[in-house]
Design a protein around this ligand. Structure first.
Ligand code: GLN
Length: 533
C-alpha cells in the first residue's frame, strides 16, 4: 500500500463517551481484516505527560515498552490490538509547546514571530504523521482528547482541518456524540448531536461518520434525521449502544458496519470479513465461567477505579482464559487496621496490593500482607505492593521493627527498600524513575519459572526504589526467595515465599502487558491459586 490513511476521532456533547474504546474497537475490526493499524492519543492538557498527574485527575498512568508515561487509553489500544505502543502514540499540548519553544530557542524559526497557527498546528500535524511515516502502518487512528468546543483542544481541531485539506482522500473524520434519552417524554434526542456537528463545522471540519452513543436502539427515522441535519450518509450514522463489557464494543461496531463504512470512505478494499474467532472465544470465556473467586484489590485510590485500570482489565483477561469469574472487592488501604483486617479479608480468595507512591495508606497495606501471609491467602504484590511485602517480612519475620523503604523513612536503620548507590549514574532513562521494559532472569525451580514457563522475561517498570541487596541473605535464610533478577544491575525483580501456597511480589507492572490475545501468566496463575482457596 502506498499511502498511510488517517482516521481522526473527535468527541462531542460530553466527555466520557468512550472515544478510546470506540477507536480501539474500530482498530480491532480493521486489524481483523488484515490491516496494520495503530492508534494515537492527543491530549490537550499542558503537562508534558501524565507521569506527574495525580491518579485522581486522569486515572492510571500507562507505561509503554519504551518507557513513555502515557494516557490510560493507550492501555486500551494495546489490550484490544495486542501490539505495543510507544511515546509517539501519546502527545500532549505540553509536549507540542515544548518542542516548538525548543526550536525557537535554537533559532530554527529564523526570526519569524512564532504563533499558534502555523507553528503549533504544524508541530501537531508533524506528530500526527510520525507513526504513518514509519511505513509500519496502513492506517493510523488519531483520537483527539477533550470535547469539541473546548478552548484547549482548538489547535488540535485546526490541525485536523488543515490535514484533511492536505491529505484529501487519505483521511476521514469520525465524530462520537451522545443521543440522550429523555425518560419523561420517552424520546431519544438528536439536538445535542446537531449542535456538536455545527460546532465542528464552524471550525471547518465536516465529519464523515457519526458514532452515536445511546442507551436505546436508534430507529431508522432518527438516523435519517441525524444524517440530514449533519451532512453525512445514512450508513455513516452508527449506533453505539451501551454494552455490558467494553470487549463487546467491536462486535457491536461490526454489526453496525462501522469498519466497512470506514474502508469505503478511505477507498480501501474491504479484504476479508474480520477474523474475530479469538476475540469471540475470549468473550465466550468471560460469559461462561464455571467458578467464581473474590479478589481484594487494596490501594489508596480505590474511589476512582480508573486508577487501577490495567490491573482490573488484566484480571478480566485472565478470568476468561480459566473460565473463572472474578469479583473485585475494592479495599481502601487507609481503612484497614489490626481490628478490622480479618473482617475485610477473611472471605477473599486472593489479595492484590496495588502500586503507589508516598506514605498514605502504607500501614493498611502492611497489616493486610501480614494477614494473607499468615493465613495462606494467595497474594500478588505489584511494585509498591512488592516493596510492602518486603517491609512486612522484615518487620514481622526478621523482627526489624523500624524496617522501611527510604521513600517513607529516610533515616531507618533497616532501609530494606532503597536506591542503589551504584544504580544512580548508570542509565539515564529521561525521567528520574526506572521506566519501561527491562529483561528479568528467573531462577530455575521457582514458582515464577512455573508461572512463566520461561527463565527469560521482559516486563515494564515505573518506580524509583529497589529491594536493598544488603539484606538479601538474611531474607533468604528466613524463606523469602528472590526468584527474578535484572542481571545487569543485580536488582531484585520478583520475590516469593515457597512455604506459602501462592505469595508473589513483582517490582515491575505485569498488568501493562496483559491483553485479550495474551492474558498475563501471573494473573492466570494467581486466579487459579485463588480458585483453590
Ligand atoms: N513508590 C515506589 C517507587 O517509586 C513504587 C512505585 C510504584 O508502585 N509504581 O519505587
Amino acid at each position: 500500500m502506498n499511502n498511510c490513511k488517517y482516521i481522526f476521532v473527535t468527541g462531542g456533547v460530553t466527555s466520557s463517551l468512550g472515544k478510546g474504546i470506540v477507536a480501539a474497537s474500530l482498530a480491532k475490526l480493521l486489524q481483523a481484516r488484515g490491516f496494520n493499524v495503530t492508534i494515537q492519543k492527543l491530549d490537550p492538557y499542558i503537562n508534558i505527560d501524565p507521569g506527574t498527574l495525580n491518579p485522581y485527575e486522569h486515572g492510571e498512568c500507562y507505561v509503554t515498552d519504551d518507557g513513555a508515561e502515557t494516557d490510560l487509553d493507550l492501555g486500551h489500544y494495546e489490550r484490544f490490538l495486542g501490539t505495543p505502543t510507544s511515546q509517539a502514540n501519546n502527545v500532549t499540548t505540553g509536549r507540542i509547546y515544548q518542542n516548538v519553544i525548543n526550536k525557537e530557542r535554537k533559532g530554527d524559526y529564523l526570526g519569524k514571530t512564532v504563533q499558534v497557527v502555523p507553528h503549533i498546528t504544524d508541530e501537531i500535524k508533524r506528530n500526527i504523521q510520525l507513526l504513518g511515516k514509519t511505513g509500519n502502518y496502513d492506517i493510523v487512528i488519531t483520537e483527539i482528547g477533550g470535547t469539541v468546543g473546548d478552548i484547549e483542544s482548538l489547535p488540535f481541531i485546526e490541525a485536523v482541518r488543515q490535514l484533511s485539506w492536505d491529505l484529501g482522500n487519505d483521511c476521514i473524520s469520525v465524530h462520537l456524540t451522545l443521543v440522550p434519552y429523555l425518560s419523561a417524554s420517552g424520546e431519544l434526542k438528536t439536538k445535542p448531536t446537531q449542535h456538536s456537528v455545527k460546532t465542528l463545522l464552524e471550525y471547518g471540519v465536516q465529519p464523515d461518520i457519526l458514532v452515536c452513543r445511546t442507551e436505546h436502539t436508534l430507529p431508522k427515522d432518527l438516523k435519517e434525521k441525524i444524517a440530514r441535519f449533519c451532512n453525512v450518509d445514512l450508513e455513516a450514522v452508527v449506533e453505539a449502544i451501551d454494552a455490558t463489557t467494553i470487549y463487546e464494543v467491536p462486535i457491536l461496531m461490526k454489526s453496525e458496519y462501522l469498519d466497512k463504512v470506514v474502508l469505503k470512505k478511505l477507498n480501501l478494499p474491504t479484504k476479508n470479513e474480520p477474523d474475530l474467532e479469538e476475540w469471540n472465544k475470549f468473550l465466550y470465556g468471560l460469559k461462561n465461567p464455571n467458578k467464581k473467586v473474590k479478589i481484594g484489590l487494596i490501594g489508596k485510590y480505590v474511589e476512582l477505579k480508573d486508577a487501577y485500570k490495567s490491573i482490573s482489565e488484566a484480571l478480566i483477561h485472565a478470568s476468561s482464559s480459566v473460565l473463572t469469574e472474578v469479583e473485585v472487592v475494592w479495599i481502601h488501604s487507609e481503612q484497614l487496621n489490626e481490628n478490622n483486617i480479618a473482617e475485610h479479608l477473611k472471605n477473599l480468595n486472593g489479595v492484590i496490593v496495588a502500586p503507589g507512591f508516598g506514605t498514605r495508606g502504607i500501614d493498611g497495606k502492611l497489616i493486610a500482607i501480614k494477614y494473607v501471609r499468615e493465613n495462606n491467602i494467595p497474594f500478588l504484590g505489584i511494585c509498591l505492593g512488592m516493596q510492602c511485602a518486603v517491609i512486612e517480612f522484615a518487620r514481622n519475620v526478621l523482627k526489624w521493627e523500624d524496617a522501611n523503604s527510604i521513600e517513607m523513612n529516610g533515616s531507618t536503620k533497616h532501609p530494606v527498600i532503597s536506591i542503589m548507590k551504584d544504580q544512580k549514574n548508570i542509565e539515564n532513562y529521561g525521567g528520574t524513575m526506572r521506566l519501561g521494559s527491562y529483561p528479568c532472569e528467573i531462577k530455575e525451580g521457582s514458582l515464577a519459572q512455573k508461572i512463566y514457563s520461561n527463565t527469560q522475561i521482559n516486563e515494564r517498570h515505573r518506580h524509583r526504589y529497589e529491594l536493598n541487596n544488603d539484606f538479601i541473605e538474611k531474607f533468604n535464610k528466613k524463606g523469602l526467595v528472590n526468584s527474578g533478577m535484572y542481571a545487569k544491575e543485580n536488582l531484585v525483580e520478583i520475590i516469593e515465599l515457597p512455604k506459602h501456597p501462592w505469595f508473589v511480589g513483582v517490582q515491575f507492572h505485569p498488568e501493562y502487558k496483559s491483553n485479550v490475545a495474551n492474558p498475563h501468566p501471573l494473573f492466570i496463575s494467581f486466579i487459579q491459586a485463588a480458585a483453590k482457596v
